[in-house]
Design a protein around this ligand. Structure first.
Ligand code: ATP
Length: 464
């Protein structure tokens, strides 16, 4: 059933121009996806909602847009060259490849009844001794560490001196710019730098649609604090980020916080909690909120030889700030919003015959199209009224225009892509200069005069 929901979402996305498999005419390329004409709005709206919440509405966070290609020493300093790797095993029989930590995780779930000591669990090799290939039951190879960074060459010569990496996280672009941002904005601690951008990881086992891909977008904040305040800010950010998902309509029963155990922490973190969502594939990480300590700034100071410390004018003290990092994926958040919004109504809602119907109950701020103009007939001046109105509205938000097929079918097409308000122009509109606005969720209809439509929808968008 869960698998079906994911398949249904993937199919809807393809059919309605939300997300397409990348390079499909060539048979696709391992787990990369393209956002279509409707999906691109959804993605932009997710990013805009995040930016509004963490930059526009706050005094203490500023934005940045750093380059993807960075000096290779960045990754030496950050520890990614030495330790950004996942443990990998292969099946000797069917040659399939797995992440060893995922196999151990699923074994833990299956064997919940079997008591294991923490020492046993932390020793992945030993934990895996009894595990066979989950696909064919074959024997597995021993674990090899596999570095997840994509390598490429800068310039025309393919030699080791020209190696650069596609960034595996946006965070480092922020750390190396800490001084530039602090001195140019004259921000005092605590303050944060926010960034949205592409990251690349050569994942061993990508999959589950856009949940785990090799090219994805991240929304990250590095929030710099005095060391003794980091723990408190960690809690605050966790709550803030949790609230953000709820404010955009995520069902609270499908969202939870999960603190990491000691053995799970990344090399740079002293504490981390995940915000998890119950995806169709089960509970999984949506966003991580970590206390990265002063690890990154200190590492960059050491490797670059530059001073990245902060001078506190009030205390006269020089210090290296701690960093709290809320780090989420745009694509993963979008998948959560899609799964949460997706509703299949068997038998339909009565407007388009008895077929089953899909309604994407996206939060109006995320909805790709805010309103669709639907003239009831292609004559009698109705298309002209609808187009005039569309020209007014499109200056404020995304609109659509559809005059094809029965009105029931047109409503259905808009419901499938989550359009919150459909506007029908009927013969009476010519007389009374008013239109009918249908609400996607309640299906209530309101008669609104043409000159009030813009403020009607703007008010609704502001209210939510
Ligand atoms: P995982 O354990 O799932 O591999 P991670 O803990 O390595 O993830 P982080 O490094 O904390 O992930 O990345 C922060 C966020 O970036 C994640 O919460 C997720 O939303 C997103 N993200 C990370 N890797 C991917 C990926 N391969 N595809 C899509 N989104 C990703």
């Amino acid at each position: 059933m869960a698998g079906n929901k994911m398949d249904n979402i993937v199919n809807l996305c393809k059919r309605r121009g939300i997300i397409f498999p990348s390079s499909e005419i060539y048979g696709g390329i391992g787990s990369t996806w393209d956002y279509g004409p409707i999906g691109v709005h959804l993605k932009n709206n997710v990013k805009a909602a995040w930016w509004k919440s963490v930059v526009q509405e706050r005094d203490d966070v500023v934005g940045l847009d750093a380059a993807i290609l960075m000096h290779p020493d960045t990754w030496k300093a950050s520890g990614h060259i030495a330790s950004f790797s996942d443990p990998m095993v292969d099946c000797k029989r069917c040659k399939r490849r797995f992440r060893a930590d995922h196999l151990v995780e699923s074994m833990k779930k299956e064997e919940d009844a079997v008591e294991r000591t923490p020492e046993e669990m932390s020793n992945m090799e030993r934990a895996l001794e009894s595990v066979m290939c989950p696909e064919c039951g074959g024997e597995l190879t021993s674990i090899r560490q596999f570095n997840l960074m994509f390598k490429t060459y800068m310039g025309p010569v393919e030699e080791s001196a020209a190696i650069v990496y596609l960034r595996p996280e946006t965070a480092q672009g922020i750390f190396v710019n800490f001084k530039n941002v602090q001195t140019s904005t004259r921000k005092k601690l605590p303050f944060g730098i926010a960034q949205i951008g592409k990251s690349f990881r050569n994942e061993i086992t990508p999959g589950n649609f856009i949940f785990r891909t090799r090219e994805f977008e991240q929304m990250e904040i590095e929030y710099f604090t005095r060391p003794e305040e980091a723990e408190e800010w960690h809690k605050k950010w966790l709550q803030d980020r949790y609230d953000w998902y709820i404010s955009l309509g995520i069902n609270p029963e499908k969202l939870r916080l999960r603190p990491h155990g000691e053995d799970e922490l990344a090399h740079y973190a002293c504490a981390c909690s995940d915000i998890e969502y119950e995806f169709p594939i089960g509970w999984s990480e949506l966003e991580g909120v970590a206390n990265r300590t002063d690890y990154d700034l200190k590492q960059h100071m050491e490797v670059s030889g530059k001073d990245l410390s902060y001078f506190d004018e009030t205390t006269g003290e020089r210090l290296v700030p701690y960093v709290v990092e809320p780090s989420g994926g745009v694509d993963r958040a979008l998948l959560a919003f899609l799964s949460d919004a997706y509703e299949e109504i068997s038998g339909g809602r009565g407007e388009a015959g008895a077929e089953s119907e899909v309604v994407l109950r996206l939060h109006p701020r995320l909805a790709p199209i805010k309103t669709a103009l639907l003239p009831l007939a292609k004559k009698g001046g109705l298309p002209e009224i609808a187009k005039d109105l569309q020209n007014q509205l499109r200056k404020c938000f995304m609109t659509d225009y559809d005059e094809r097929g029965s009105i029931g079918r047109r409503y259905r097409r808009q419901d499938e892509i989550g359009t919150p308000w459909c506007i029908t122009v009927d013969f009476q509109s010519v007389e009374d200069q008013a239109v009918t606005i249908r609400d996607r969720d309640t299906m209530e209809q309101a008669r609104v005069s043409l000159d009030k439509v813009k403020s009607f929808i703007k008010d609704k968008l502001e209210e939510c």
